[in-house]
Design a binder for this molecule. Structure first.
Ligand code: NI
Length: 392
């Protein structure tokens, strides 16, 4: 099926899909609480004649569409459904009605585009094999994809490959960015507990000051990236929390620091762990304190496989022209839990331009909104990708 065919079909449905998107935007739900959203998704899927499977990874929804073209591989298209704990600053009619919760990353748009694609494909399943529509919960830090994998996603749906898509503010509407290789960084979180001896602020010589030591440690940790890692390797180490003390006249006994590391190469995480612990131990020793470091594995890096990325680029080019498909865009230091699926199967995760990022339309900003103009393009991309990969 031609890309142009899907785009024409999508344009005819555009106004209805906007309504879906606004409905989802007005009722954002946080990770693993996407009950209303999941029910909406399941209801729509049923209306296309599909039989959604609910309750995967808690609130996830999956539906399989068999092509009419006979046997063939199974592929998955995935969207995320969760919102963020952000208070929406927008005042338009579809703004969040849930205080302190907001679709500030466009997962309302992702859910709508995948539902829209399911609608298009269910009406014309002219492909061989089958398409699995995956609506996953908890992308924002909850690891919904990891939980789906742990609950047997690949045993239940033995897909050959998977595809993902995220809207990208700053990338013009009508463009795609397709990376071959790394697209989103991997993350780890650390927590450092410094323990000294509390004392009167006027008698510091009687204690062991964790505040002065903590300040030195924050400074020293800046040298992990700047002095210990190859400058040609993209790495971020940010200390984002420093908690100590409750009174102006007391030197506290303990301080807690926390932060995040972002990188693409798995071996760099090993190196950074070692360096952070070595420097932390050295600083603690220098100030006569004890130190404990805890690590929390975040998301692995999202690495697109070359053949699948090439297919995505080909389909995107058929829709918007090769000049509007960016192949050399630098990857993002943000993270994405689609990476957990890509640890098991080949696939690719692309960016669809959300338009200008002026006026605070940035991911996770209280001023953000998904761009409705790109709904038909995203839906047509999904449909065209499926029929291209599963050409009957
Ligand atoms: Ni997101």
């Amino acid at each position: 099926m031609e890309a142009g065919h899907w785009l024409a079909r999508a344009r005819a449905r555009e106004s209805i899909w906007r309504e879906w998107r606004h409905e989802l935007h007005a009722h954002p739900e946080l990770a693993y609480e996407e009950r209303r959203t999941a029910a909406f998704v399941a209801r729509q899927l049923r209306s296309f004649g599909l039989e959604p499977i609910e309750g995967l990874a808690g609130t996830g929804v999956v539906a399989v569409l068999e092509g009419r073209g006979g046997d063939g591989p199974m592929i998955a298209l995935r969207a995320d459904m969760d919102a963020l704990p952000v208070a929406e600053a927008n005042t338009f009619a579809h703004a969040s009605r849930e205080p302190g919760k907001m679709h500030a990353c466009g997962h309302d748009g992702h859910t709508t585009m995948l539902l829209a694609a399911a609608e298009l494909l269910a009406a014309e399943p002219a492909f061989s094999g089958s398409v699995v529509f995956v609506f996953q919960p908890a992308e924002e830090g909850g690891g919904g994809a990891r939980r789906m994998v742990e609950e047997g996603f690949f045993e239940r749906f033995p897909v050959r490959e998977l595809y993902g898509m995220h809207n990208w503010p700053g990338l013009p509407a009508g463009q795609f960015a397709v990376h071959s290789g790394p697209v989103m960084a991997g993350t780890e979180r650390f927590r450092i507990a410094l323990r000294g001896r509390g004392t009167h602020a006027a008698m510091p010589h009687l204690g062991k000051d964790v505040v002065v030591a903590g300040a030195a440690l924050v400074q020293a940790l800046q040298t992990v990236v700047s002095r210990q890692v190859d400058p040609l390797q993209p790495v971020v180490l940010s200390v984002t929390q420093f908690h100590a003390g409750h009174a102006f006249n007391v030197i506290p006994e303990e301080a807690e620091l926390a932060g995040t590391v972002r990188a693409f190469a798995p071996e760099l995480f090993v190196r950074i762990r070692e360096e952070l612990e070595r420097i932390g131990k050295g600083v603690a020793d220098a100030f006569g304190l004890s130190l404990r470091v805890e690590w929390d594995e975040g998301y692995p890096p999202t690495i697109n496989t070359a053949a699948e990325a090439a297919r995505c680029a080909e389909v995107a080019a058929a829709l918007v022209g090769a000049q509007n498909v960016r192949r050399e865009e630098p990857p993002s230091m943000g993270a994405e839990d689609f990476a957990f699926f890509l640890q098991h199967r080949p696939g690719a995760y692309v960016w669809i331009g959300n338009g200008a990022s002026e006026g605070g339309c940035l991911l996770h900003s209280p001023h953000y909104d998904f761009n409705d103009e790109i709904l038909p393009l995203g839906a047509a991309y999904w449909a065209a990708l499926a029929t291209h990969v599963l050409a009957a």
